[in-house]
Write a protein that binds this ligand. Sequence first.
Ligand code: FES
Length: 106
Amino acid sequence: SKITYVQPDGSLETCDVSPGKSLMLAAQSKGISGILGECGGQAMCATCHVYVDESFLDKLPAPSEEEDAMLEEAASDRRPNSRLSCQIDASDELDGLVVHVPAEQL
Ligand code: FES
């Protein structure tokens, strides 16, 4: 599915991500900046924080307790559309998803 990552300066990169791959791992393998993923995808670092485009929010499963707790630790403000990109897997349903990379991850 096509996933678009928007940088804080407004520049965007769209990638083809295989179903089942997390948006964090996809960003890493495509060299997208600003998504660090320091814990390797275990919902334990919040350096993969993204703001999910509002129009896709209801297509995502609710965050787990771990994710919800980590989002409180994120370096950039938590907003209602904040998610950990390691906890979102690409799927046909999410084709066209747009995520915004926060200004700070550390
Ligand atoms: Fe650490 Fe997502 S990679 S919380």
